[in-house]
Design a protein around this ligand. Structure first.
Ligand SMILES: Nc1ncnc2c1ncn2[C@@H]1O[C@H](COP(=O)(O)OP(=O)(O)OP(=O)(O)O)[C@@H](O)[C@H]1O
Ligand SMILES: Cc1cn([C@H]2C[C@H](O)[C@@H](COP(=O)(O)O)O2)c(=O)[nH]c1=O
Length: 220
């Protein structure tokens, strides 16, 4: 199958665990080794290279805290952005044989909307499959970054003011705990390795490379 030519690597984790930082470092790592790399961010990105115009518009709605909405609407919005990214960016890059590095995928929906907002997990999986396909559901490598609540808050604060005070980042302690615990539960349930992200950027990068070498059938 053409879609299996490239390698699809996903870095997951709660807000502020360092996903974007590590995805950027991994992209450099693979490019220095002669690989062509496509970087994406779910549900979209400030950087148009990492997203699509429609995913970006959907992300604006998602991040608009003035628009109160149910978990079901969130799942629909994330699923629509996901289909765009899968069909327009990820799948074509895999068919060209590239390495695709993604900050987040449907694991975020299982955690934030499933564990955090109480939406049914089997429905999320059904919709994800409907909007993407089996290849999307089974990346070559998924790794979850984990960091204590206090360290995440420190890093988010270091990054500056919240871009929007009503994103998931600014929800209360109860929601944050559900998301932190949710990641560890999902890691267990779906057999996804967890990397503790409390070292410096280089240390975390080295741990990710070790995990990728161990895990993924990628020539690194
Ligand atoms: N290992 C690290 N040590 C110290 N600071 C870090 C480390 N990794 C990232 N940071 C800093 O922490 C902040 C959050 O990192 P980053 O944006 O990569 O996280 P993220 O998981 O992508 O966040 P979000 O999901 O909210 O977009 C940034 O200011 C970044 O420079
Ligand atoms: C993919 C996905 C994301 N989320 C949450 C996680 C973040 O808090 C925001 C997205 O903001 P970012 O600046 O683009 O990181 O959305 C979610 O709740 N469900 C998902 O599927």
């Amino acid at each position: 199958m053409m879609g299996s030519l490239g390698k699809y690597i996903v870095i997951e984790g709660n807000d502020g665990t360092g996903k974007s930082t590590q995805v950027a470092k991994l992209a450099n790592y693979f490019r220095e080794r002669g690989r062509t790399v496509c970087v994406v961010e779910e549900p979209g990105s400030d950087d148009p290279e990492k997203s699509t115009p429609i995913a970006d518009e959907l992300r604006k709605v998602i991040k608009n805290g003035d628009l109160a909405r149910s978990a079901a609407v969130n799942v629909a919005l994330f699923s629509a952005a996901r289909r765009e990214l899968w069909r327009e960016k990820i799948q074509p890059a895999l068919e060209r044989g590239e390495i695709v590095l993604s900050a987040r995928n449907y694991i975020s929906t299982l955690v934030y909307q499933g564990r955090g907002e109480g939406y049914d997990e089997s429905e999320i999986l059904r919709l994800t499959k409907l909007f993407t396909d089996e290849r999307y559901l089974h990346p070559d490598i998924m790794i979850i970054l984990s960091l204590s609540h206090d360290k995440r808050e420190e890093r988010i604060a270091m990054r500056g003011e919240l871009k929007n005070p009503d994103t998931f980042e600014s929800r209360g302690q109860d929601f944050q705990e559900k998301v932190d615990d949710g990641y560890l539960e999902i890691a267990k349930d779906y057999d996804i390795p967890v990397v503790l992200a409390d070292g410096n950027v280089e240390e975390v990068h080295d741990m990710l490379i070790d995990e990728i070498k161990e895990d993924g059938g990628i020539d690194v």
